[in-house]
Design a protein around this ligand. Structure first.
Ligand SMILES: NC(=O)c1ccc[n+]([C@@H]2O[C@H](COP(=O)([O-])OP(=O)(O)OC[C@H]3O[C@@H](n4cnc5c(N)ncnc54)[C@H](O)[C@@H]3O)[C@@H](O)[C@H]2O)c1
Ligand SMILES: O[C@H]1[C@H](O)[C@@H](O)[C@H](O)[C@@H](O)[C@H]1O
Length: 336
C-alpha cells in the first residue's frame, strides 16, 4: 500500500522530509501540502511533489479524504492543534519535536490518544534511530557496567536572532532530554542550569552557552553543554561513564587527512547532514506503521515527559544554580 501523505509546514525540515518521502523511501507519496506561507508550499510542490494539492489550512488538509497520514513540520507552537486534529480524524501523524510547547498541551495530546485507544502519533526524536546512539546504547547495556555519569555537548554553529534563552531548552536540549531517557532507561528527578560568561557571538537576548545538569531516578548525573554560537560546526558529543568503563558516541564517518603538517578531520555544519540517515529510518518506520493505520517509535508519552522536563529546565534557567524537581504523573497503559 502507498500511504498518501499531507505535510503541514514546508520550511527546512518539511521540505527535507518531502524529499526523502518522494526520492529516498518506499511506501509513501506526498499528495497534499500546506504552509502559512503559501509560496513555500508552492516551491516544494514545484521542486519535489508535482502532484500534491495545496490546502489553505492544516485542518482542511487533515480532513481531506485524499490524505491517509500527516506530517506536522510547522513551528512548534502550532503542533498541538494539528496533532489533536489528526487524532480526532483517526489519521497517523508524525510530529516533529516538540510535541507541544507546554506540558499541558502535550498532556492534552496524550489524553486524546489514550481516549482513541490506539497509537497514532510518532514524535520526531530521530536520535533514537541514529546508528551511533544505537551502538552506544548497546555498549552501555552490555559493556560499561551501570552508568554513573554522562558528559554531553550540543553545539550549533549559529542561531537566528529570534532564538532566545529558553529555546536552548525547548528547541535544542530537547533532543538530549529524550535520547538520554532512552539510552539509560531512566527518568529525570531534577534539573539545574549554570551560565558561564556570555560568548562574544551571542546576541543580547540569548545567554549562550549554558550547562544543564540533570539527575536521574537511578542517580546518574548528566551534564550537557549547550553552545549554539560555537561557530566551528554542528557538533554532538556524548560520553557515558560506567562502573567498568567509558563509552563514547562515534563521530560521523569522515576521511581523515594528513596534510600540511597536520592531522585533519572535517566536522559537519548542518543538522540535516549529521542525522540524515536517522531521519530516513524514522520516517520509513512511520510509513510502515501508517500503512497499518497506527504508529511506532517515540510516543506521545515521550513527548509529554520531554515537555515536563523542558519546563523544569526553563525554570532552572530562571533560578540559575538551583535544583528544580521533576515529577512525572503515572504512565497510561497505552505506553507501557
Ligand atoms: N528533529 C530535528 O532534528 C529537527 C530539525 C529541525 C527542525 N525541527 C523541528 O521542526 C519544526 C520546523 O522547523 P524548521 O527548522 O523546518 O522551521 P522553518 O521555519 O524552516 O519551517 C517551518 C514552516 O512552517 C510554517 N508554519 C509555521 N506555522 C504554521 C502553521 N500554523 N501552519 C502551517 N504552516 C506553518 C512556516 O511558514 C515555515 O515555512 C520545529 O518544530 C523544529 O523544532 C526538528
Ligand atoms: O531545530 C533544530 C534541530 O532540532 C537541531 O537538531 C538542533 O541542533 C537545533 O538546535 C534546533 O534548533
Amino acid at each position: 500500500m502507498t500511504v498518501r501523505i499531507g505535510i503541514i509546514g514546508t520550511g527546512a525540515i518539511g521540505r527535507d522530509h518531502a524529499r526523502r518521502i518522494e526520492q529516498v523511501l518506499a511506501g509513501g507519496k506526498i499528495v497534499a501540502l500546506t504552509d502559512v506561507n503559501r509560496e513555500s508550499a508552492e516551491a516544494v510542490r514545484a521542486d519535489i511533489a508535482p502532484d500534491a494539492e495545496i490546502f489553505q489550512t492544516g485542518e482542511e488538509l487533515i480532513a481531506s479524504p485524499l490524505v491517509d497520514a500527516v506530517l506536522v513540520t510547522s513551528w512548534g507552537a502550532s503542533h498541538e492543534q494539528y496533532v489533536l486534529a489528526a487524532i480526532a480524524a483517526g489519521k497517523p501523524c508524525f510530529c516533529e519535536k516538540p510535541l507541544a510547547t507546554t506540558a499541558d498541551g502535550a498532556r492534552r495530546i496524550v489524553d486524546a490518544e489514550v481516549a482513541h485507544g490506539r497509537r497514532l502519533v510518532q514524535v520526531g526524536f530521530m536520535r533514537r534511530y541514529d546508528a551511533g546512539y544505537i551502538a552506544l546504547k548497546e555498549a552501555v547495556t552490555s559493556r560499561t557496567g551501570a552508568p554513573i555519569m554522562v558528559h554531553a555537548a550540543h553545539r550549533n554553529p549559529t542561531v537566528p536572532q529570534h532564538y532566545l534563552t529558553p529555546m536552548a531548552i525547548h528547541d535544542t536540549l530537547i533532543h538530549e532530554i529524550d535520547v538520554f531517557r532512552w539510552l539509560l532507561d531512566d527518568d529525570y528527578v531534577s534539573a539545574r542550569v549554570i551560565f558561564p560568561r556570555r560568548a562574544a557571538r551571542s546576541h543580547g537576548k540569548l545567554r549562550d552557552p549554558q550547562v544543564v545538569l540533570l539527575e536521574t531516578a537511578k542517580g546518574v548525573v548528566i551534564d550537557v553543554e549547550i553552545f549554539v554560537n560555537c561557530h566551528y560546526g554542528y557538533d554532538i558529543q556524548c560520553e557515558v561513564v560506567g562502573e567498568d568503563g567509558i563509552a563514547r558516541l562515534p563521530e560521523p564517518m569522515a576521511v581523515q587527512m594528513r596534510l600540511n603538517a597536520s592531522l585533519q578531520n572535517p566536522i559537519l555544519t548542518d543538522w540535516k547532514d549529521r542525522f540524515i540517515a536517522s531521519y530516513d529510518v524514522e520516517l520509513q518506520d512511520f510509513l510502515k506503521a501508517a500503512a497499518q493505520g497506527t504508529a511506532t517509535g517515540p510516543t506521545c508519552w515521550d513527548g509529554y515527559v520531554a515537555a515536563i522536563t523542558s519546563d523544569a529546565c526553563v525554570t532552572a534557567q530562571e533560578r540559575e544554580g538551583e535544583a528544580v524537581a521533576i515529577t512525572l504523573p503515572s504512565r497510561p497503559a497505552l505506553y507501557s
